[in-house]
Write a protein that binds this ligand. Structure first.
Ligand code: SF4
Ligand code: SF4
Ligand code: SF4
Ligand code: FES
Length: 951
């Protein structure tokens, strides 16, 4: 269905240095070679009627509405499938063309319900438009013949309907599912008059392979596939461009609105990260923003066993400020701190770290990146010189070999996965290093050339063995290394990787990966031209997370695979603004732009700008805050947008630490798990209610735009400003653009960033400064940011988390497409239709040994704790390894994970927990206690509501 105010060029743009000039209806136009006549016409300002063509899909040529006349050619070629040739003279209008088009439309309309006035897409329907364009006045075939008007609607998908009676069999949906999404869920079944769109084996959408990305809905020119919100609310009247608040792909969307209500979120065709595509989360799962559970009033309480008391903003903020000051007077300046969230905007995280440093007077600020990508920051800074991915997403279209390590983009970065799959279908090679057989290993038209199904916890052994092969078989790029890398470190590293104990054969018993397979993968990566590595939390969330990131950078440098398009080292950031929250100085040792707090020159700049004195000593990391709380020296926490109780490892340790504190201030849109331990609740605003920016995994800064007023009266940045003022440290911003101006003034890599530039360019990839005024799509082009690329040895050490007869299996954790992180948002949407509980995936052998079947209730016990889930028996797993997600608090996935962590950054070792799994009959003791605590906290909330006369 058409997007508001968006031109459809009919066929995709072509890239070519060769230009072709043609004449269309007397207008001369110059286009890239390979451009269709239809697209050239639109560029010349001439619209040719069309139905089966749209510019997001390759032309198909089935509807015959776009016929044109070309001088010197016989017949009436379809303009969508005819490429421009030099000197062509095209006529798009003639009596003959008009009559042919009318004939086509008559056939379509004779089998189409004539209910335009009550049709949900009335006013935004291409069929209706085309009937008008061709001047259809009668249907000579009548409406009484054989037709499909009685076909039943498929309403199984919670977000869109399929009304088969309105289908014109243009094939756009089928092509969208194949070309754009890469799921191949739709076919046209039957022939001729009987042909119909069919999900899977003629199943309802929800029973088919469909992943509800919405690409077919976008592509459909009629009301056949329509969003249920459009059916309910009617067509939108205005739109605003904003950025998805879910994953690190950072898709651009048009929020199509009616007044202050969202009618639908449409992926923006001009979005630089997504080019008009989306996944089920960003496209459809935005209903949480208006969910009844939204907390809209500030609240306070003395103890967490007291009922909440609703108060004014002033009272809540003054209470929080006075508590923080009381604690600091009693326990010292360092007894409080703050946690920022990667779900918040850059401006918000910047303000929180500024508040901690300037108003609290310490550096006790950390971010949830601590528990996901902190090793990326460390490892890439050490080797390449910058704590960020090296490429754009589009770069993958120039990759020849793609290596995915510890990531499942199909679930966690779906729009990028679709792009990657497109490249793979074009012939790029694929190596997957993952303990599970993910969708990236095998899916329609995708089959990994190598799947190194390693044992969890042995990443470093694998990466070092890959390096061993590359060096011993002389597959490295000697010229590149000589020109661009630190040769001393290279020689040192070469000696290390060549040691016999690092050979694939020696590592095989440790990693479980066959030496032959590993050798094959190493050769493919090193010899395949452009080799690109994409990695995720399966790399970072290990005791040797930082070592593994270093190992990846070593491998890329050794093969000359950094510094141009198609190659690189690319961390796939989990949440929307992980990159941004790190960039903004949310770490206890770093000011914005990754500058160390102990650097006097840098600190002085901030002191002058902020008019305060900064502490040169790094502050506490999140795990240190918990430890300090338990030892009695850390008593107060300002936690914005993050749910540490659910997301951090060893839940019982976290809740004990929170229970030991005297003032916890939680700012969030829901009363999340952490808020149940809070003393002050400050209602947050959803991404629809505020202005700001997010920075995605490609370092791309994109605008988040307010499309409705904040439901609780304040945007999050305004709350932090008010808290700072209540603490006596003045902040006076009138708009987030002023915060960005301050960031730009203080951060060299952001020097050229402003809301004005973002408006002009759409989005900007940092570094953006005088040397790169339009941003930097590819990093390290001529030289590494640190000068010479540095090789660092990656000695493998087995994790201390060992399997034993008591705990014989390894638990590893991850995500699922329909849910997001702690699930606070997605659990409050229709996405629960796909996934409404966390399951324990287990291999059939392990299941059989234990008498476990799919749906059996199983207890999972580790050294840290015990929880109970239902089992899913699947060959996706390897024997000895089990897997779960952590989207539901009652699952207690993090009750089991330990507080082991990365040696350099304290990133938790979520991916390796030794467990035993056994059938059980009831929930664990922790789960029972959790339920009681949850009920108690909901009761305390209700008491407050009843007191306030709210039912
Ligand atoms: S919603 Fe996406 S996955 Fe489902 S049928 Fe449409 S294009 Fe395919
Ligand atoms: S469902 Fe829509 S896009 Fe698909 S064939 Fe029918 S009319 Fe075309
Ligand atoms: S969740 Fe990620 S892939 Fe999905 S729409 Fe949002 S940004 Fe795009
Ligand atoms: S638009 Fe060209 S044949 Fe349908």
């Amino acid at each position: 269905m058409n997007q508001l105010n968006q031109t459809d060029y009919g066929t995709p743009a072509r890239q070519s240095e060769n230009l072709v000039t043609i004449e269309i209806d007397g207008v001369e136009v110059q286009v890239a070679a390979g451009t269709s006549v239809m697209r050239a016409a639109v560029e010349a300002g001439v619209n040719v009627p069309k139905l089966c063509a749209t510019d997001s899909l390759e032309p198909f040529g089935s509807c015959r509405l776009c016929l044109v006349e070309i001088e010197g050619r016989r017949g009436y070629p379809a303009s969508c499938t005819t490429p421009c040739e030099p000197g062509m003279k095209v006529k798009t209008q003639s009596p003959k063309l008009a009559s042919l088009r009318k004939g086509v439309m008559e056939l379509y309309i004779s089998d189409h319900p004539l209910d335009c006035l009550t049709c949900p897409t009335n006013g935004n329907c291409e069929l209706q438009d085309m009937a008008g364009v061709v001047g259809l006045r009668e249907v000579r075939y009548g409406y009484e013949g054989k037709n499909h008007l009685e076909l039943k609607k498929d309403e199984s998908n919670p977000y869109f309907t399929y009304d088969a009676s309105k289908c014109i069999v243009c094939n756009r949906c089928v092509r969208a599912c194949e070309e754009t999404q890469g799921t191949f869920a739709l076919t046209i079944s039957g022939r001729g008059f009987e042909s119909r769109v069919s999900p899977g084996q003629s199943q309802p959408f929800m029973e088919s392979e469909c992943v509800s990305c919405g690409a077919c809905v976008d592509a459909c020119p009629t009301a056949t596939l329509t969003e249920k919100t459009v059916i309910m609310m009617g067509q939108a009247e205005h739109s605003k461009i904003t950025t998805c608040a879910y994953c690190g792909v950072g898709c651009s969307f048009k929020a199509e609105m009616k007044g202050n209500e969202v009618v639908r979120m449409v992926p923006n065709k001009d979005g630089h990260a997504n080019h008009g595509h989306s996944c089920v989360k960003g496209r459809f799962a935005w209903g949480y923003a208006t969910h009844k559970d939204r907390m809209l009033k500030p609240m306070i309480r003395k103890n967490i066993t007291d009922p909440w008391k609703e108060v004014s903003w002033d009272e809540a903020l003054n209470y929080a400020a006075s508590e923080f000051r009381r604690i600091q007077t009693k326990f010292g300046k360092d007894s409080i701190g703050g946690i920022t969230s990667s779900r918040c905007t850059n401006e918000e995280t910047y303000l929180v770290q500024k508040l901690v440093r300037a108003a609290f007077g310490n550096n006790n600020v950390d971010t949830c990146a601590r528990v996901c990508h902190s090793p990326t920051g460390f490892g890439l800074k050490q080797t390449l010189g910058e704590s960020a991915g090296t490429q754009t997403f589009d770069s993958v279209m120039k990759s020849d070999v793609i290596m995915i390590i510890g990531a499942n983009p199909a679930a966690a970065h779906p729009v990028f996965a679709s792009q990657m799959k497109r490249r793979l279908r074009q012939g790029a090679k694929l190596i997957v290093i993952d303990p599970r057989t993910t969708e990236m290993v095998k899916s329609p038209h995708i089959q990994a050339d190598y799947h190194l199904k390693l044992k969890p916890g042995t990443n470093v052994a694998v990466i070092t063995a890959l390096a061993h092969v590359i060096m011993s078989e002389k597959l490295f790029d000697a010229d590149y290394i000589a020109q661009r890398c630190d040769t001393e470190s290279f020689e040192h590293w070469t000696k290390f990787v060549l040691k016999p104990e690092n050979s694939p054969e020696a590592m095989e018993p440790i990693t479980g990966v066959s030496a032959e397979e590993l050798r094959g993968a190493a050769r493919m990566y090193a010899q395949g031209n452009n080799g690109a590595i994409y990695y995720g939390l399966g790399v970072t969330e290990h005791a040797q997370g930082s070592t593994m990131v270093i190992g990846i950078a070593n491998l890329a440098m050794a093969t000359g695979n950094v510094g141009r398009e198609g190659v690189g080292v690319n961390p796939l950031r989990g949440q929307n603004n992980v990159q941004g929250s790190c960039d903004m100085g949310s770490f206890p040792h770093e000011l914005p732009g990754y500058r160390h707090i102990s650097d006097t020159t840098i600190r002085t700049q901030f002191e002058q700008a902020w008019d305060c004195t900064l502490n040169p000593e790094p502050g506490l990391r999140i795990p240190n805050m918990f430890d300090a709380a338990l030892s009695g020296s850390f008593k107060g926490l300002y936690c914005e947008g993050e749910d540490i109780v659910q997301s951090d490892p060893n839940t019982q340790h976290v809740t004990a630490a929170l229970s030991a504190m005297e003032c916890i201030v939680v700012q969030d849109i829901f009363l999340n798990e952490t808020a149940k331990y809070a003393h002050v609740f400050l209602p947050g605003s959803s991404f629809l209610e505020k202005d700001g920016t997010f920075t995605n995994a490609e370092r791309r800064i994109s605008r988040v735009r307010k499309v409705m007023p904040p439901k609780a009266g304040k945007s999050d940045w305004e709350v932090t400003v008010a808290l700072s003022n209540a603490l006596g440290y003045p902040m006076n911003y009138k708009h987030p653009s002023e915060i960005m101006d301050e960031i730009a003034a203080l951060t060299p890599t952001f020097k050229g960033v402003s809301y004005k530039r973002l408006e002009e360019l759409g989005s900007i990839q940092w570094p953006c400064n005088d040397a790169a005024p339009n941003g930097t799509p590819t990093m390290h082009i001529d030289q590494f940011v640190r000068g010479k690329g540095k090789f660092i040895n990656t000695q493998f050490f087995a994790t201390t988390e060992k399997v034993t007869p008591k705990f014989p299996l390894i638990l590893t954790t991850g995500r699922i497409l329909s849910q997001y992180n702690v699930g606070a948002q997605t659990r409050r949407t229709e996405n629960v239709h796909w996934h409404n509980e966390d399951l324990l995936e287990i291999h059939p052998h392990d299941a059989e040994d234990r008498g476990i079947k799919t749906n059996t209730l199983v207890g999972i016990e580790s050294r840290a704790g015990h929880t109970v889930l239902r089992a899913l028996v699947t060959e996706r797993m390897q024997p000895g390894v089990v897997y779960t997600t952590f989207h539901f608090p009652e699952s207690g996935a993090n009750v089991i994970t330990t507080d082991n962590s990365d040696w350099a950054t304290n990133c938790p070792e979520y991916k390796v927990t030794a467990v035993q799994v056994m059938p059980v009959l009831q929930q664990s003791e922790w789960q029972q206690k959790y339920s009681q605590f949850h009920e108690q906290q909901m009761g305390l909330l209700k008491e407050n509501a009843e007191e306030a006369g709210i039912k």
